[in-house]
Design a protein around this ligand. Structure first.
Ligand SMILES: [Zn+2]
Ligand SMILES: [Zn+2]
Length: 406
């Protein structure tokens, strides 16, 4: 393989393969990372200095610039859950960085994304049916693959998503693309599952949350739907204060406690009124065409069947672990209600969301923290105290000629 002008060859490996690395960045022997050294039933993350692992010929080193923080990072960091590491666990599955060491010199400097779904076999029944998240041979961050809460990620080349230069070149802050790797992709999958069309009314529960803000903004701006955004009272107030036009037509406060049936009944009546207003209906009262539950609290899933009209769709995207969804079978049959769940889909879904962001069609609600703040932020996410998508800025990218002047 010939050396590209932007790269310099390092020594050959024991396998006889030559590695190339960017001349201006030499991966250091150690790095900062957020690690759970011993996974227990409670969150136990620490900022630590750990070695940068040298790659195999099938691997690359990614200099991680940014990483979104997902609620599931907290779930994966406890347990240990089956299939997840019980020691030296590094979470993070919304990472964006640049390749700084690889056997293919053409990859150097390229921006990549790290998703929960790293690689799949691409030939099993599930892969062929476009349900790659059910592939029995999939590799996930952070199961078989290390997560991106670290400065230098050594990872299989085939498990990263190469982000096209035309996307990076059109966005002023590449960090706002992070959420498209998981939360935004989950949002787009949920919207497709909800059978949305222009002017239909959709209730987005958890509108100011990690997945909910992408769901609501794409429902409005991409699908042309009318959105009733629901969240706990303080988030609704905060969204009103910031301006909610990009996310919802009507905002409503929902129940925050599981078992608060009064609040659920109140919300049902408010949703009915809001639907009438959005549809300019006077005669027939009909609930929403779809409800997408993006929140992860048990309270968010209460009585969801009463928020949709007959023939409507209930899509579950948030996952309160250990909870059952309870819906009357009579309602399901007599009212023709569809209930479905959806995950984040394959890499093309993330690229589609990135394009909506870089074209300015949607504006994610984001806030930024440092790598050192990730453990505290995860605690806050679990407690439901964060707003929108939280993104850790880990290090500035290396300038690439195609990047927008910042
Ligand atoms: Zn497969
Ligand atoms: Zn996620």
């Amino acid at each position: 393989m010939s050396n590209s002008p932007a790269s310099s060859a390092s020594s050959a490996t024991a396998y006889g393969d030559e590695f190339y690395q960017l001349p201006q960045i030499c991966p250091p022997p150690t790095q900062k990372a957020v690690v759970t050294f011993q996974v227990t039933s409670t969150l136990n993350l620490a900022v630590a200095t750990i070695p940068v692992r040298q790659p195999l010929p099938t691997e690359i080193i990614v200099r991680v610039c940014y990483s979104g923080i997902c609620r599931s990072d907290a779930t994966f960091s406890k347990g240990p859950l089956p299939g997840y590491p019980s020691v030296d666990h590094i979470a993070g599955h919304e990472g964006i960085g640049q390749i700084v060491k690889a056997c293919d010199s053409g990859l150097l400097g390229r921006f990549v994304g790290l998703r929960y779904l790293g690689s799949t076999c691409r030939h099993c029944e599930y892969c062929l049916a476009c349900i790659p998240t059910s592939c029995p041979h999939q590799k996930n961050a952070p199961k078989q693959l290390s997560g991106c809460f670290q400065e230098y990620l050594t990872v299989e080349t085939k498990s990263v998503l190469l982000i096209p230069d035309e996307i990076i070149s059109r966005v002023k802050q590449p960090e706002i693309l992070c959420g498209a790797l998981c939360s935004g992709a989950a949002a787009l999958m949920a919207l497709r599952a909800a059978n949305l069309a222009i002017n239909k009314v959709v209730v987005v529960i958890g509108v100011a949350g990690s997945i909910g803000n992408y769901t609501a903004s794409m429902a409005k701006r991409i699908f042309g739907a009318q959105v009733i955004g629901v969240d706990v009272a303080w988030k609704v107030e905060e969204l009103r204060r910031r301006g909610f036009n990009d996310y919802a037509d009507i905002l409503l406060a929902g129940p925050s406690d599981e078992g608060d049936t009064n609040a659920s009944n109140l919300l049902k009546n408010e949703i009915l009124r809001a639907c009438g207003k959005l549809r300019h209906q006077h005669a027939m009262t009909r609930a929403a065409d779809a409800v997408i539950v993006t929140a992860s609290s048990a309270a968010a899933f209460q009585r969801v069947e009463s928020y949709v009209c007959d023939g409507g769709w209930i899509v579950c995207s948030g996952v309160p672990y250990g909870m059952q969804l309870s819906i009357s079978i009579h309602d399901l049959v007599e009212r023709n209600i569809h209930v479905t769940g959806s995950l984040m889909g394959g890499p093309s879904i993330s690229l589609e969301v990135m394009r909506y962001i870089c074209n300015g069609q949607i504006l994610p609600m984001t806030s930024f923290v440092s790598l050192e703040e990730i453990p505290e932020q995860l605690e806050l996410i679990v407690e439901g105290k964060t707003f929108g998508k939280v993104i850790a800025k880990i290090q500035e990218p290396i300038d690439a000629p195609f990047m927008k002047q910042r």
